[in-house]
Design a protein around this ligand. Structure first.
Ligand code: SF4
Length: 104
């Protein structure tokens, strides 16, 4: 049996799921997570400790069909750690700063 970790539901929680098992219908606000390319990688891949790791995660995100939703989620929820929507923590801070500047 192939197991992996997933973030799911509201409130968010980390769960262990069978990687190859079909997902039950999920109408939660975070259902898009099930379509992310990261589902095929260990979660630690998206919480890198160096620049090489960030680039590796970004390469996976680049072709992700839900990258836009992922980025908006991370920005809305003010998620500080990890690579989300192909952006690093620093990039998300810059995006939020630019958005604040536009709305002042
Ligand atoms: S953009 Fe990256 S972190 Fe977000 S769902 Fe896709 S693969 Fe996962």
């Amino acid at each position: 049996m192939n197991l992996k970790l997933e973030i799911t539901g509201e409130p968010r929680r980390l769960v262990v799921v069978e990687a190859d098992k079909p997902r039950p219908f999920d109408d939660s606000p975070t259902a898009w997570m099930g379509g992310g390319n990261c589902r095929d990688y260990p979660p630690v891949t998206f919480f890198p400790s160096d620049g090489v790791g960030v680039e590796r995660a970004r390469a996976i995100c680049k072709a992700c069909p839900v990258a836009d939703k992922c980025l908006e989620y991370a920005l809305t929820e003010r998620i500080e750690h990890g690579v989300w929507g192909g952006t690093s923590e620093r990039e998300r801070r810059r995006i939020l700063k630019r958005r604040r500047a536009l709305h002042v």
